[in-house]
Ligand binder design. Structure first.
Ligand code: ADP
Ligand code: MG
Length: 235
Protein backbone atom coordinates (compact mmCIF):
# COMPACT_ATOMS: atom_id res chain seq x y z
CA UNK A 1 0.00 0.00 0.00
CA UNK A 2 1.26 3.48 -0.82
CA UNK A 3 2.32 5.52 2.21
CA UNK A 4 1.01 8.68 0.65
CA UNK A 5 -1.61 9.32 -1.99
CA UNK A 6 -2.42 12.89 -2.99
CA UNK A 7 -5.42 13.30 -5.28
CA UNK A 8 -6.67 16.42 -7.04
CA UNK A 9 -5.29 18.83 -4.46
CA UNK A 10 -6.00 22.50 -5.15
CA UNK A 11 -4.89 25.45 -3.01
CA UNK A 12 -5.72 29.07 -3.87
CA UNK A 13 -4.03 32.17 -2.48
CA UNK A 14 -6.44 34.91 -3.51
CA UNK A 15 -6.94 34.63 -7.26
CA UNK A 16 -3.78 32.53 -7.75
CA UNK A 17 -3.71 28.74 -7.63
CA UNK A 18 -0.58 27.61 -5.77
CA UNK A 19 -1.66 24.00 -6.41
CA UNK A 20 -3.99 23.01 -9.22
CA UNK A 21 -5.31 19.46 -9.13
CA UNK A 22 -2.09 17.86 -7.89
CA UNK A 23 -1.91 14.08 -7.72
CA UNK A 24 1.08 11.95 -6.71
CA UNK A 25 2.09 8.98 -4.58
CA UNK A 26 5.00 7.97 -2.38
CA UNK A 27 5.78 4.36 -1.51
CA UNK A 28 7.49 2.72 1.44
CA UNK A 29 11.08 1.74 0.68
CA UNK A 30 11.47 4.43 -1.96
CA UNK A 31 12.90 7.92 -2.16
CA UNK A 32 10.43 10.06 -4.09
CA UNK A 33 11.70 13.38 -5.45
CA UNK A 34 9.54 16.48 -5.73
CA UNK A 35 11.21 19.12 -7.86
CA UNK A 36 10.24 22.26 -9.72
CA UNK A 37 11.23 25.91 -10.09
CA UNK A 38 10.88 28.37 -7.20
CA UNK A 39 7.22 29.10 -6.49
CA UNK A 40 6.04 25.85 -8.15
CA UNK A 41 4.11 24.85 -5.00
CA UNK A 42 6.42 22.26 -3.41
CA UNK A 43 6.37 23.67 0.13
CA UNK A 44 2.63 24.35 -0.11
CA UNK A 45 2.10 20.69 -1.02
CA UNK A 46 4.11 19.66 2.07
CA UNK A 47 1.87 21.97 4.13
CA UNK A 48 -1.20 20.23 2.73
CA UNK A 49 0.20 16.74 3.32
CA UNK A 50 1.31 17.54 6.87
CA UNK A 51 -2.01 19.20 7.75
CA UNK A 52 -0.87 22.82 8.09
CA UNK A 53 -3.02 23.96 5.19
CA UNK A 54 -6.44 22.72 4.05
CA UNK A 55 -6.85 22.28 0.31
CA UNK A 56 -9.97 23.76 -1.28
CA UNK A 57 -10.46 20.44 -3.02
CA UNK A 58 -8.76 17.05 -3.22
CA UNK A 59 -7.68 14.38 -0.73
CA UNK A 60 -4.64 13.25 1.21
CA UNK A 61 -4.45 9.55 2.10
CA UNK A 62 -1.80 8.27 4.53
CA UNK A 63 -1.29 4.52 4.77
CA UNK A 64 -4.75 3.89 3.32
CA UNK A 65 -6.51 6.36 5.59
CA UNK A 66 -8.08 9.61 4.40
CA UNK A 67 -6.51 12.32 6.60
CA UNK A 68 -7.70 15.35 4.63
CA UNK A 69 -9.62 16.67 7.62
CA UNK A 70 -7.15 15.54 10.27
CA UNK A 71 -4.94 18.09 12.08
CA UNK A 72 -1.12 18.03 11.99
CA UNK A 73 -0.61 16.46 15.43
CA UNK A 74 -2.79 13.45 14.61
CA UNK A 75 -1.07 13.03 11.25
CA UNK A 76 2.25 12.99 13.12
CA UNK A 77 0.89 10.21 15.32
CA UNK A 78 0.01 8.33 12.15
CA UNK A 79 3.69 8.28 11.21
CA UNK A 80 4.25 11.51 9.30
CA UNK A 81 7.24 13.79 9.95
CA UNK A 82 8.55 16.74 7.99
CA UNK A 83 11.35 19.28 7.96
CA UNK A 84 10.96 22.91 6.98
CA UNK A 85 12.78 24.85 4.30
CA UNK A 86 13.50 27.58 6.85
CA UNK A 87 15.50 26.28 9.82
CA UNK A 88 13.48 26.46 13.02
CA UNK A 89 15.42 24.67 15.74
CA UNK A 90 14.88 25.40 19.42
CA UNK A 91 18.01 27.54 19.21
CA UNK A 92 18.93 27.60 22.87
CA UNK A 93 18.41 23.91 23.39
CA UNK A 94 21.28 21.56 22.71
CA UNK A 95 21.26 19.38 19.62
CA UNK A 96 20.47 16.39 21.84
CA UNK A 97 17.57 18.13 23.56
CA UNK A 98 16.10 19.18 20.20
CA UNK A 99 15.89 15.49 19.33
CA UNK A 100 14.68 14.47 22.79
CA UNK A 101 11.74 16.89 22.59
CA UNK A 102 10.72 15.20 19.35
CA UNK A 103 11.33 11.67 20.66
CA UNK A 104 9.05 12.35 23.63
CA UNK A 105 6.24 12.86 21.12
CA UNK A 106 6.93 9.55 19.45
CA UNK A 107 5.72 6.04 20.17
CA UNK A 108 8.77 4.98 22.18
CA UNK A 109 9.12 7.71 24.78
CA UNK A 110 10.55 5.39 27.43
CA UNK A 111 13.45 4.55 25.18
CA UNK A 112 13.85 8.17 24.06
CA UNK A 113 17.38 8.72 25.39
CA UNK A 114 18.86 5.65 23.72
CA UNK A 115 16.89 6.20 20.51
CA UNK A 116 18.20 9.77 20.35
CA UNK A 117 21.77 8.61 20.96
CA UNK A 118 21.46 6.20 18.02
CA UNK A 119 20.11 8.93 15.72
CA UNK A 120 22.85 11.38 16.76
CA UNK A 121 25.36 8.70 15.91
CA UNK A 122 23.77 7.92 12.59
CA UNK A 123 23.79 11.61 11.59
CA UNK A 124 27.34 12.14 12.85
CA UNK A 125 26.09 14.69 15.37
CA UNK A 126 27.36 13.01 18.55
CA UNK A 127 30.40 15.26 18.81
CA UNK A 128 28.25 18.40 18.78
CA UNK A 129 25.32 16.94 20.73
CA UNK A 130 25.79 19.40 23.60
CA UNK A 131 26.11 22.53 21.43
CA UNK A 132 23.19 24.96 21.29
CA UNK A 133 21.34 24.17 18.05
CA UNK A 134 21.07 27.86 17.14
CA UNK A 135 24.87 28.24 16.91
CA UNK A 136 25.49 25.62 14.22
CA UNK A 137 26.47 26.17 10.59
CA UNK A 138 23.61 25.59 8.12
CA UNK A 139 24.67 22.11 7.02
CA UNK A 140 24.68 20.79 10.58
CA UNK A 141 21.51 22.73 11.38
CA UNK A 142 19.72 20.90 8.58
CA UNK A 143 20.85 17.57 10.01
CA UNK A 144 19.38 18.56 13.38
CA UNK A 145 16.03 19.15 11.61
CA UNK A 146 16.29 15.73 10.01
CA UNK A 147 17.24 14.25 13.39
CA UNK A 148 14.18 15.77 15.02
CA UNK A 149 12.01 14.28 12.30
CA UNK A 150 13.66 10.85 12.66
CA UNK A 151 13.23 10.94 16.44
CA UNK A 152 9.46 10.58 15.94
CA UNK A 153 10.12 7.31 14.03
CA UNK A 154 8.22 8.32 10.89
CA UNK A 155 6.89 5.97 8.25
CA UNK A 156 6.57 8.92 5.88
CA UNK A 157 9.31 11.54 5.96
CA UNK A 158 8.93 14.83 4.05
CA UNK A 159 12.17 16.76 3.60
CA UNK A 160 12.03 20.35 2.33
CA UNK A 161 15.41 21.28 0.81
CA UNK A 162 17.41 19.39 3.44
CA UNK A 163 20.72 19.68 1.57
CA UNK A 164 20.64 23.46 1.04
CA UNK A 165 23.80 24.80 2.66
CA UNK A 166 25.48 21.41 2.89
CA UNK A 167 28.90 21.01 1.30
CA UNK A 168 29.66 18.23 -1.22
CA UNK A 169 30.88 15.78 1.38
CA UNK A 170 27.85 16.38 3.62
CA UNK A 171 25.55 15.90 0.64
CA UNK A 172 27.18 12.59 -0.30
CA UNK A 173 26.73 11.32 3.26
CA UNK A 174 23.18 12.59 3.22
CA UNK A 175 22.39 10.65 0.05
CA UNK A 176 23.59 7.46 1.73
CA UNK A 177 21.39 8.24 4.74
CA UNK A 178 18.30 8.68 2.55
CA UNK A 179 19.04 5.40 0.82
CA UNK A 180 19.35 3.55 4.12
CA UNK A 181 16.13 5.11 5.48
CA UNK A 182 14.29 3.91 2.40
CA UNK A 183 15.89 0.47 2.69
CA UNK A 184 14.44 0.24 6.20
CA UNK A 185 10.97 0.76 4.72
CA UNK A 186 10.46 4.49 5.25
CA UNK A 187 8.73 6.43 2.49
CA UNK A 188 10.96 9.45 1.88
CA UNK A 189 9.78 12.50 -0.09
CA UNK A 190 12.60 14.84 -1.03
CA UNK A 191 12.15 18.44 -2.18
CA UNK A 192 15.57 19.54 -3.38
CA UNK A 193 17.27 21.85 -5.85
CA UNK A 194 20.52 19.89 -5.96
CA UNK A 195 19.84 17.88 -9.14
CA UNK A 196 22.86 15.66 -8.58
CA UNK A 197 21.37 14.55 -5.28
CA UNK A 198 17.84 14.17 -6.66
CA UNK A 199 18.84 12.20 -9.74
CA UNK A 200 21.35 10.10 -7.78
CA UNK A 201 19.14 9.04 -4.90
CA UNK A 202 15.49 9.12 -6.05
CA UNK A 203 13.60 6.08 -7.32
CA UNK A 204 10.88 8.28 -8.77
CA UNK A 205 10.54 12.01 -9.36
CA UNK A 206 7.46 14.22 -9.62
CA UNK A 207 7.90 17.62 -11.26
CA UNK A 208 5.72 20.56 -10.25
CA UNK A 209 5.45 23.73 -12.31
CA UNK A 210 3.01 26.55 -11.59
CA UNK A 211 1.03 24.31 -9.24
CA UNK A 212 0.65 21.38 -11.64
CA UNK A 213 2.43 18.04 -11.92
CA UNK A 214 4.00 18.20 -15.37
CA UNK A 215 5.93 14.92 -15.23
CA UNK A 216 6.36 11.83 -13.05
CA UNK A 217 8.80 9.00 -13.58
CA UNK A 218 12.25 7.58 -12.92
CA UNK A 219 15.17 10.07 -12.93
CA UNK A 220 16.39 9.01 -16.38
CA UNK A 221 13.04 9.79 -17.99
CA UNK A 222 12.63 13.06 -16.07
CA UNK A 223 16.06 14.26 -17.16
CA UNK A 224 15.03 13.92 -20.83
CA UNK A 225 11.45 15.17 -20.48
CA UNK A 226 10.88 18.18 -22.73
CA UNK A 227 8.19 19.78 -20.54
CA UNK A 228 10.59 19.57 -17.59
CA UNK A 229 13.47 21.11 -19.52
CA UNK A 230 11.18 23.89 -20.72
CA UNK A 231 9.94 24.62 -17.17
CA UNK A 232 13.49 24.93 -15.89
CA UNK A 233 14.59 27.11 -18.79
CA UNK A 234 11.68 29.46 -18.06
CA UNK A 235 9.95 28.73 -21.35
P1 ADP B 1 8.02 26.30 -3.75
O1 ADP B 1 8.18 25.67 -2.41
O2 ADP B 1 7.88 25.33 -4.87
O3 ADP B 1 9.11 27.29 -4.05
P2 ADP B 1 5.68 27.53 -2.55
O4 ADP B 1 4.80 26.39 -2.23
O5 ADP B 1 6.44 28.15 -1.45
O6 ADP B 1 6.65 27.13 -3.75
O7 ADP B 1 4.80 28.68 -3.23
C1 ADP B 1 3.89 28.40 -4.28
C2 ADP B 1 3.17 29.67 -4.68
O8 ADP B 1 2.29 30.06 -3.62
C3 ADP B 1 4.10 30.85 -4.91
O9 ADP B 1 3.56 31.64 -5.94
C4 ADP B 1 4.05 31.59 -3.59
O10 ADP B 1 4.30 32.96 -3.78
C5 ADP B 1 2.61 31.34 -3.15
N1 ADP B 1 2.46 31.32 -1.69
C6 ADP B 1 3.05 30.45 -0.83
N2 ADP B 1 2.66 30.66 0.43
C7 ADP B 1 1.79 31.69 0.38
C8 ADP B 1 1.01 32.40 1.36
N3 ADP B 1 1.07 32.05 2.66
N4 ADP B 1 0.23 33.42 0.93
C9 ADP B 1 0.16 33.75 -0.37
N5 ADP B 1 0.85 33.13 -1.34
C10 ADP B 1 1.66 32.12 -0.98
MG1 MG C 1 9.68 25.79 -1.01
Amino acid sequence: MASLVVEGVTVAFGADLALDGVGLTAEPGRVTGLIGPNGAGKSTLFDVVSGLRRPSSGRVVLGGRDVTRMGPARRARHGLARTFQRLEPFGRLSVRDNLLVAAELGPERRRAASAVAAILDRLDLTEIADSAAGTLPTGAGRLVEVGRALATRPRLLLLDEPAAGQDGEETARFAALLRSLADEGTAVVLVEHDMGLVMGVCDEVHVLDLGKVIASGPPDAIRRDEAVLAAYLGD
